[in-house]
Write a protein that binds this ligand. Structure first.
Ligand code: PLP
Length: 386
């Protein structure tokens, strides 16, 4: 048996007809830029994310970059984030000219540790007038960028409380977490100033290419992002701001409008698969840790990530048996070559480093059959029985 990490063909087949019809409608209209499909998608995703506003953009990465630009983050600024995330989280911070400032993760959820953020701010930063300064660089700490990793909302109650006290802006990297919610039912992207979603094909809601969205409850910020999305020109050809081309394609919006009504069922199927794995891998609790889902919260399992010190050997064992896996992510961001100028050293963020060495994502996509789930569980058990 083969169990790929992800098989998008199984999602496409039953929806091929309405998807192709939607694409044809856009082709017939020949309106490819910011048309009715984009407006519909923005309204739907805003509502889905419990936000007043949503702005379709070209990718999750561009959503993050646009959010940072709209908040005026740039040279001389520092943005606090997790070192254990996809590159774009810190990559976009650096691209604005600001410096990514890392705090360690919670080893249980793999999300940014609210306690680490609080003690960093209390112990290593100083108030000077209106500014919060990081004396080591002289930079102003302006914003916090938590990541809802693998589809589970970070500890936003604590992080927002800290952000309010230190007057930090909050940009949520919700690229993996559309529809995820905390214990009170509040959805990813709706806590901070701006939430950033990705519709990369491997995310729970995937386009036929690149696309993303910025959600917000702040009308002024939304308006600013709307202007920056098209080179900062308003009225057209009159530029008070330097923006970029951050537009989402009408074709991608049309695809996403067909898929969005199915998202809840897909995320529920991922949760069912996760429960199946949880039960099947329980007997290995001494050797292997299954994901910790916060009680009462809504984890949408963009990834199902286990942890074991024998990660690499287990991965090889699974590969040999036709089970696709991936490591999200093998190198914490403070140890990336391009961030050497930030001065990160091995040992700086021990929990992130341990997670990078021990975590492994198993196939979790909605269409997995029960036979496939059994096969993966048996393959993992088989490794520990050798
Ligand atoms: C996917 C992802 C992004 C970037 O989204 P793209 O649409 O691929 O540009 C950013 N952050 C995280 C955590 C992601 O998983």
């Amino acid at each position: 048996m083969q169990v790929p990490l992800l098989d998008l063909k199984q999602q496409y087949a039953p929806l091929a007809k309405p998807l192709l019809a939607a694409i044809e409608r856009v082709c017939a209209s020949q309106q490819f830029i910011l048309g009715p499909e984009v407006r519909t998608l923005e309204q739907q995703v805003a509502a889905y994310s419990q936000c007043r506003h949503a702005l379709g953009v070209s990718s999750g990465t561009d959503a993050l970059l646009l959010a940072l630009m709209a908040l005026g983050i740039g040279p001389g600024d520092e943005v606090l984030t997790s070192p254990f995330t996809f590159f774009a989280t810190a990559g976009t911070i650096a691209r604005t000219g600001a410096r990514p400032l890392f705090c360690d993760i919670d080893p249980v959820t793999f999300n940014l540790s609210a306690a680490a953020v609080e003690s960093f701010l209390a112990g290593h930063c100083e108030r000077r007038g209106e500014d919060l300064i990081y004396p080591k660089t002289g930079g102003r700490v302006r914003a916090l960028m938590p990541v809802h990793l693998y589809g589970q909302v970070a500890d936003m109650a604590a992080l927002m409380e800290t952000a309010r006290r230190y007057r930090l802006k909050v940009i949520e990297d919700a690229a993996q977490a559309i529809g995820a919610a905390d214990e009170r039912g509040q959805r990813a992207g709706s806590f901070g100033d701006i939430g950033c979603l990705s519709f990369f094909p491997t995310k729970n809601l995937g386009a036929f290419g690149d696309a993303g969205m910025c959600v917000s409850n702040d009308a002024a910020l939304h308006e600013r992002m709307d202007i920056l999305r098209v080179h900062g020109g308003r009225p057209k050809y009159h530029h008070a701001l330097i923006g970029g081309n951050f537009r989402i394609d009408e074709l991608q919006a049309a695809v996403l409008n067909v898929k969005l009504p199915h998202l809840d069922a897909w995320s529920a199927a991922r949760q069912r698969n996760a429960s199946f794995y949880d039960a099947g891998l329980k007997e290995l609790a001494a050797q292997l840790q299954t994901p910790h889902a916060v009680l009462g919260a809504r984890h949408i399992y963009n990834q199902y990530v286990i942890r074991t010190p024998e990660r690499d050997a287990l991965r090889q064992h699974l590969t040999d048996r036709g089970v696709g896996t991936e490591i999200y992510y093998p190198v914490p961001l403070h140890l990336q070559q391009c961030f050497a100028y930030l001065g990160g050293r091995p040992g700086d963020y021990p929990q992130a480093e341990r997670a990078a060495a021990e975590t492994l994502a198993l196939p979790i996509y909605p269409e997995l059959s029960e036979a496939q789930l059994h096969y993966v569980i048996d393959a993992v058990r088989g490794y520990y029985r050798r």
